[in-house]
Design a protein around this ligand. Sequence first.
Ligand code: KG4
Ligand code: ZN
Length: 413
Amino acid sequence: MKILSIETSCDETAISILEASGVVESPQFQVLGNALYSQAKTHAEYGGVFPALAKREHARNILPLLKMALEIAEKNGLEFETNANSTNFDEQKDMQKISDIKRLLEREADLGDQFIEFLKSQPRPKIDIIAVTNGPGLEPALWVGINFAKALNMAWGIPVVPVNHMEGHIVSVLLEGDKAAIDFPALALLISGGHTEIVEIDGWSSYKVLGRTRDDAVGEAFDKVARLLGMPYPGGPHVSKLAAEYRAECESNTNASQYKFNLPRPMISSPDFDFSFSGIKTAVLYTVKKITENNISGSKDSAKLTAEQKKALAAEFEDAVTEVLVAKVRKALDQTGAQTLIIGGGVVANTYIRAEFEKLIKEKFSHVSLRVPSVDLSTDNSVMIGMAGYLQSGKTDSRIDPLDFKAEGNLTF
Ligand code: KG4
Ligand code: ZN
């Protein structure tokens, strides 16, 4: 089965074409074409993702990305209908479809006109389903992908399968070199800029959220702390780099830092699986204020911290977050008897967090297999949406009448 997948839930616009085969228990995937554009730089000056801007950028980039993904996929064997006269769009023959598509895309600037032009020269690709993220995420951003999927459905008659973005993060591990099927029950820790949750998985499509953050997501906390330390969005990698430098200095006695801060570990011993990260971030804010309050130079607080102080704070913050994540997952593994631990979401790129989980599994849960996606698949992408779409497509109610299908910013399992 060939799947075209679309992701626009946050600040990555992405389109992929996958070949999927095999039973749901042990699916096989091959990426035929993949095109992704990250808007991170565009949003950097706002210190976070700005929804109206995200929507505009998705609408601007989605069609060029589709063309790119199709071109790459063609080189990898994707086939197209050969009778161009019957599959390419024609002003006369397809008048009704053209006006329907233009109406559907009327809120996406001039995407409608460009799309019609594209259809006139594009033979229909031999694709079986379109998978598109319908939530959770920023609704204006989600709508661009959804309307684009609907327009493709109108043009080419390909059924659409809506996909939960978080399911995408979970199944992102299925493309790994380690192709062994997942042993259930499995547990997933999803850590991204928008989400932090622990999910129990009894089988594909059978998800139960055990706990989630009550305020900030892990990535969001990293981004906010980065800002307090004077670093640009997205700040996670910057904080992580400082923390690594601090640890390296502490290990080499000659350079040991003179600073050691103490931040709270919120909810680490609470009886549930919920998290709260806004308290750690606020504690960082107060620590920064305390260090700098005697300095009246008038510059921004972060500018008054020394490089050594920033490194020590970054390391303590990363430690605090990691300890809480590890403690909750450890409890969840004990309680569920999970056979597999999946960690997904953009924060998986954090090498310290990954290493601490590897340690936990090695030392305490050697019967559990740890599955972590490659860095490319841990941040937002459409390959994971296509894989989740394949797992969904077997369900009888998964193919939605495109007209009934909408963005759900707060979609949960
Ligand atoms: O999954 P993702 O790409 O987008 C969302 O769905 O949110 O995650 C992005 C988040 C950002 O908050 C970013 O700062 C964080 O992942 N991140 C990191 C690292 N790399 C990315 N956080 C901590 N350490 C990292 N190395
Ligand atoms: Zn995500």
